[in-house]
Ligand binder design. Sequence first.
Ligand code: TXA
Ligand code: MG
Length: 326
Amino acid sequence: MVSNRDIDHAAAVLRAGGLVAFPTETVYGLGADAGNSAAVRKIFEVKGRPSTHPVIVHLADAVQLANWAREIPDDARRLARKFWPGPLTVILKRAGKVSDVVTGGQDTVALRVPAHPVAQQLLARFGGGIAAPSANCHGRVSATTADHVRREFGAAVECILDGGEAGIGIESTIIDLSGAGAVLLRPGWITADEIEATLGASLGAPAADAPRAPGTLAAHYAPRTPLVLLEGDLAVELAASLARQGKRVAVLALSAQQPLLPGLEWSAAPRDAAGYAHALYAGLRRLDEAGCDTILVERPPQAPEWAAINDRLARAAAGTFAPDDT
Ligand code: TXA
Ligand code: MG
């Protein structure tokens, strides 16, 4: 449980230029005072994140948008009214004062009002914007518990607010509103259909020359053990054949039934998209730590509510074979 004193302490750490890991409804964030470039630089150091990759600024409410964006299009107001506080990030043209460290030198800034009560309390107490990427080493699986954050960073993060398991479990939907039309940069729990219904317009795809963002690289969100995505029966067949060769195989199954073979690290994932997303990163971490040669993941359905999950799994699979190319 997080007490008022914990929140006071965390806000003081932020004011002093320190790092605070905090829960959001999507995943844990690794936060710093977004108005303090030296503090934000520490996030990049601790994560091992390339300095050209921008971070999201978290705000207490949509009123604060005007402090960070120089233009607030009607579409941004519509999305904010409908989805904030919540798992949605919008990209807008940045206000003059926003540091290059936050934006990775781009002319735009990513903004989000999170719904988690601990994040809300921290933002309200701190007063300013909190720059926070997901609280994991660059390119790796995001953290959905305080314990994940502790194991990821050890003593490098002086304050970790433990708000229990992150409810949604995968990162926010990112919509770029800095250009002529709205563009989906990263699928998330809020689906493209819901965004389009709110805007009354279709979403575009990112331009080929758009600045690359780490969460949108082909390789990201990756465990250290090679991860392969397969249809259910193929996952079972391959698992069985590798196990017979004496390999240690981890399986994240959805509907596939466990074959009666020794040496398999079998994990049955929830069959609904919400349950699956909630459990995904903790499950990948657990399977990664099992010390297997391979993680086989049964490919989820292609339905819209699985889009963000399929996106993360594809990048995780790519990431284990071609670790982040930046
Ligand atoms: O759910 C979330 O969004 C979590 C929680 C902590 O809020 N945060 C998160 O941050 O996932 P991060 O840094 O892991 O992913 C943010 C993504 C990155 O792919 C980053 O490059 C992109 O947002 N991004 C940030 N600023 C951007 C900008 N100005 N233009 C384009 N992409 C941007
Ligand atoms: Mg991330």
